[in-house]
Design a protein around this ligand. Structure first.
Ligand code: ADP
Length: 497
């Protein structure tokens, strides 16, 4: 790569931006202040659209609407089968509008269109069908307590759910939060990320088209410190779900505690080890390690961002990792065959280039990349560092960009200790053909997901979440339901036990 490479004129996105207002009580409305903010195209930094900027008053209006929709119904009192059917119709509409949703996602976020259209939007539909399947299978227990009592538990929706989502997978994060909340009969106020407001409004509009009663989902575009903080602090919000950085997660938890002690689930940062063992198939391991790090421009909370390679296969692995990075197709995400688009915004772009500089300064070997790609927008060359020390910033902190950090290790005990020496514990990759090695690593690693000879398998049924400072609670799968349910114990004396 050379910085002189000029990125071609941006391809015109095959979609129009139709919805830019807030969605409150089933209607599109301007923000109370009348303010808007620009959402930018990461390919150029140009304005895509001006979007209504929600703030405290809009959050108040949205929470009132969600409160009313919960307290007065019909949503929580509809039959579970009816709720399930609305989610199924929503999934059909997602499929019908697959290409528009994918195009909005690519335009706002910069991710390859083919990835959005063939993987992410279909996953949104799949998740909705998965949770539609749960809606009518949620029930309590009969509890065999001591004494002459009939004891049962009712599993009830928790109420108004506040949901704050990030910009790296706007539609998937929408799905992970909205699917279980609706299946359990809750109402929602969702705040999208200020970098990517467009797809959530569009998806929520489709939910209403599918028959969702007014006020059940309310979508507020806006900033974290204003709209986000107002949602996290709101006294009438019964539950909060957040995905984003660990630092913001700490603030969210404090706001929840200082207001009404609403329970909070957090899905935060990571610095996930990807461990290539001495017996691994090096070709496959290099490809999977490349995918684990570079997927989505490196903007994944669970990115395999510490690539630990056994000394016996280290040299061979590096040659392959380098070749893969050099051959990665970077360019306009609307172009066919492109694997890597621009980073989300100037702030992340500068931050990633700062980490690259720190890698060079601390004495790691820059094997390839290291600079911006082209001269427009926020593209960064696929970058590989080797000879990285554990205490280097690039080996400790979340870079959230296309920068692979390769570390050498000698034996299993050592790599377990080094892998776990992180404040994070989101995921790990393990590459080996030895079942004992796989079992040993799986049990020793303090992380929420272990991918053995694979990575980033995001099936709707597989729970996802972090140990340590990577988060609290699990999303997806059966585990997500308990986040959105209250358990009521009901005790009745028995006349004739
Ligand atoms: P990033 O640094 O990657 O943008 P953040 O954790 O700051 O990640 O953002 C994730 C989401 O959290 C976004 O929707 C953002 O607006 C929101 N957010 C940021 N700061 C706050 C805050 N103080 N209170 C509530 N939400 C916030």
């Amino acid at each position: 790569y050379s910085t002189a490479v000029e990125v071609e004129e941006p391809i015109s996105p095959p979609v129009k931006v139709n919805y830019t207002q807030l969605l409150i009580d089933g209607k599109f409305v301007d923000s109370a202040s009348g303010k808007t903010f620009p959402t930018l195209d990461p390919r150029t930094g140009d304005v895509i659209a001006h979007v209504a900027e929600g703030d405290v008053e809009d959050i108040n209006r949205a929470v009132s609407a969600a409160r009313k929709a919960f307290d007065e119904g019909p949503w929580p009192r509809m039959t579970a089968y009816e709720r399930s059917n609305i989610l199924l119709r929503f999934a059909d509409l997602i499929e019908k509008h697959n290409d528009e949703l994918a195009a909005l996602e690519t335009w706002d976020n910069g991710k390859p269109y083919e990835q959005a259209a063939k993987i992410e939007v279909p996953m949104l539909a799949r998740l909705m069908r998965y949770y539609a399947g749960w809606a009518d299978k949620i029930h309590g227990l009969i509890v065999p307590a001591d004494g002459p009592h009939h004891v049962q538990t009712l599993h009830e929706p928790i109420g108004v759910a506040g949901q704050i989502i990030p910009w790296n997978f706007p539609l998937l994060m929408f799905a992970w939060k909205v699917g279980p909340a609706l299946a359990c009969g809750n109402t929602i106020v969702l705040k999208s990320a200020e970098q990517t407001p467009l797809s959530a409004i569009y998806a929520a509009k489709l939910l209403y088209e599918a028959g969702l009663p007014e006020g059940v989902i309310n979508v507020i575009s806006g900033f974290g410190a204003t709209a986000g903080a107002a949602l996290a602090s709101h006294m009438e919000v019964d539950k909060l779900a957040f995905t984003g950085s660990t630092d913001t997660g700490k603030i969210i938890l404090q706001l929840a505690a200082k207001s009404n002690l609403k329970p909070v689930t957090l899905e935060l940062g990571g610095k996930s080890p990807f461990i290539v063992c001495e017996d691994a198939d090096v070709d496959k391991a290099a490809e999977m390690a490349h995918f684990a790090l570079f997927f989505n421009q490196g903007q994944c909370c669970c990115a395999g961002s510490r690539t630990f390679v056994h000394e016996k296969v280290y040299d061979e692995f590096i040659e392959k990792a380098k070749a893969l990075a050099k051959n990665r197709a970077v360019g306009d995400p609307f172009k066919s065959g492109i694997e890597q688009g621009p980073q989300i915004d100037k702030k992340q772009f500068d931050k990633i280039l700062g980490y690259i500089r720190s890698g060079i300064e601390c004495g790691a070997t820059l094997e390839t990349g290291g600079e911006r790609f082209g001269d427009k927008g926020y593209y960064i060359q696929p970058t590989v560092f080797t000879n990285v020390k554990d205490d280097a910033l690039i080996a400790k902190e979340e870079i959230f960009g296309p920068v692979q950090t390769i570390l050498k290790y000698k034996n299993l005990d050592e790599v377990i200790q080094r892998s776990n020496a992180s404040r994070y514990g989101l995921a790990a990759g393990v590459f080996t053909q030895n079942i004992d090695t796989a079992n040993t690593l799986t049990r020793a690693l303090r992380v929420g997901s272990v991918f053995i000879n694979c990575f980033d398998v995001f099936d709707a049924a597989i729970p996802f979440g972090g140990y340590k400072m990577s988060g609290q609670g699990r999303e997806k799968g059966i585990y997500s339901l308990s986040n959105y349910l209250q358990v009521k114990a009901v005790v009745t004396p028995l006349k004739n036990p």
